[in-house]
Design a protein around this ligand. Structure first.
Ligand code: HSE
Length: 347
C-alpha cells in the first residue's frame, strides 16, 4: 500500500487535528481510502522546524507541553525556514495551514508557489491564496503536473467545492447563495436571544469560530473571500474580492431583529453569486431578512449552508460545519484523498 509523505506548514489547531487523525486512525483510513500517511516535516512560527525523513514520531510531538519548541526533539530546531523545508524535504504533499493575512494571502501564497514549483502537491485551508490567486496557482500546478486542492477554504470539511464540480457536473449553475460564516450566523442568533454584539462576538471567539481578528467575520470580509472563491471555482468567473460589494452585520440593531421576527423573517448574512439572463455575473455580501420558509432561514448556530441554483436539478442545498479544528482537518484529508484519486504523488 502506498504511503504519502506530508510536510505540515503551520502547526496550529487544524494541522494538529490532522496529525491526531493520522496517529489515531491510520488503520481505519488505510482500509477506507487505500493509502497511509507519514508526516516527515513540520514547521511553525512559534515552535520551529522538525524534520525526520523516515517519519516523525507524532506521539512525541503531540505530547510536547504547550509552547515548547521542537529544538529538543531529534531533527528539531527552534528556527524556521519554510522555503527550505517546502522545497527540500522529502514530502510529496505540502499541507499548508498557517496563519495567513487574508488581504495579501501571505505567507500561504508563497508556500503554495514554492511547493508547486518544487514538484509537490498542495492542500491548504487558507482562503487568501485561493481567492486572490486561485486561477494562477491552478495554472502553476498544471504546469508542474501537480494538484492544488483547497476544499477547506469554503465551509471547512463540508464538501461544497468538490460537490459542485463533481456531483453537480453537467448542470449549468445559475447562482449560489449561502450562509458562509459561522461566527456571524451564531452572533445573529445570540442577538435574537437578547445579547449585545460585543457579548455575542466574545462567545463566538470562546467557541473558536471567529477569525483571529473577528472584524473579518463581522464586517463580511471573510464571506467576501469565500464568495470570490465560489464565483471562480463554481461559476467559472474570476471576481476579485475588492469588486464584491460587502456589508457585514454590525449595522443590525435589536429593533431590526424584532421587526423581522414580527414579520416572520430572520436576519442572515448572505453571500451570493448570480448569473443574470444576459450572461453577466454579479456577487455580493449583505445581511438579508429571509422569510422563515426560505431554505437558509432555519440554518442556526455556527452551521453554514449553500444553495446551488442549477438548470437540471433546481435548487440543491448543502449544509454542515463551516469551521472547527477537526472539521477543517477533514478538509485537508479529503484533499489528500482527492490527490490520491487523481493518481497520487509522483514526487
Ligand atoms: N471565522 C470563520 C467562520 C471560520 O466563522 O465561519 C471559517 O472560515
Amino acid at each position: 500500500m502506498q504511503t504519502y509523505n506530508l510536510a505540515l506548514i503551520g502547526f496550529g489547531g487544524v494541522a494538529r487535528a490532522l496529525a491526531e487523525i493520522i496517529r489515531d486512525d491510520s488503520d481505519h483510513l488505510a482500509d477506507a481510502v487505500g493509502f497511509r500517511m507519514r508526516v516527515v516535516a513540520i514547521t511553525d512560527l512559534n515552535l520551529g522546524t522538525l524534520t525526520q525523513p523516515d517519519g516523525i514520531d507524532l506521539d512525541a510531538v503531540l505530547a510536547l507541553p504547550r509552547g515548547t519548541n521542537f529544538a529538543g526533539l531529534p531533527g528539531g530546531s527552534a528556527e524556521v525556514d519554510n522555503e527550505a523545508v517546502i522545497r527540500d524535504s522529502n514530502a510529496a504533499i505540502v499541507v499548508e495551514a498557517t496563519f495567513t493575512n487574508p488581504e495579501t494571502g501571505e505567507p500561504a501564497l508563497s508556500h503554495v508557489r514554492w511547493a508547486l514549483e518544487s514538484g509537490k502537491h498542495v492542500t491548504t485551508t487558507n482562503k487568501g491564496p485561493v481567492a486572490l490567486a486561485g486561477t494562477r496557482l491552478l495554472e502553476l500546478a498544471a504546469q508542474h503536473g501537480r494538484r492544488f486542492e483547497f476544499e477547506g477554504a469554503v465551509m471547512s470539511g463540508t464538501p461544497v467545492l468538490r460537490f459542485a464540480s463533481q456531483m453537480l457536473a453537467g448542470n449549468r449553475i445559475r447562482g449560489v447563495q449561502g450562509i458562509l460564516n459561522g461566527t456571524t450566523n451564531y452572533v445573529l442568533g445570540r442577538l435574537a436571544d437578547g445579547l449585545t454584539l460585543d457579548d455575542a462576538v466574545r462567545e463566538a471567539q470562546e467557541l473558536g469560530y471567529a477569525e483571529a481578528d473577528p472584524t473579518a467575520d463581522i464586517e463580511g470580509s471573510d464571506v467576501c473571500l469565500k464568495v470570490s472563491i465560489l464565483a471562480s471555482r463554481v461559476m467559472g468567473v474570476d471576481i476579485a474580492p475588492e469588486a464584491i460589494p460587502t456589508e457585514g452585520i454590525s449595522g443590525i440593531t435589536s429593533e431590526d431583529i424584532e421587526t423581522a421576527r414580527h414579520n416572520g423573517q430572520v436576519w442572515k448574512l448572505i453571500g451570493s453569486v448570480t448569473r443574470t439572463p444576459d450572461g453577466t455575473t454579479t456577487a455580493r455580501v449583505c445581511p438579508i431578512a429571509l422569510e422563515n420558509i426560505h431554505p437558509l432561514a432555519g440554518i442556526s448556530g455556527a452551521t453554514n449552508a449553500v444553495t446551488f441554483d442549477t438548470d437540471l436539478l433546481g435548487q440543491v442545498t448543502v449544509s454542515g460545519p463551516g469551521a472547527g479544528r477537526v472539521e477543517t482537518a477533514y478538509a485537508l484529508l479529503s484533499d489528500i484523498i482527492a490527490i490520491h484519486a487523481q493518481g497520487g504523488p509522483a514526487a
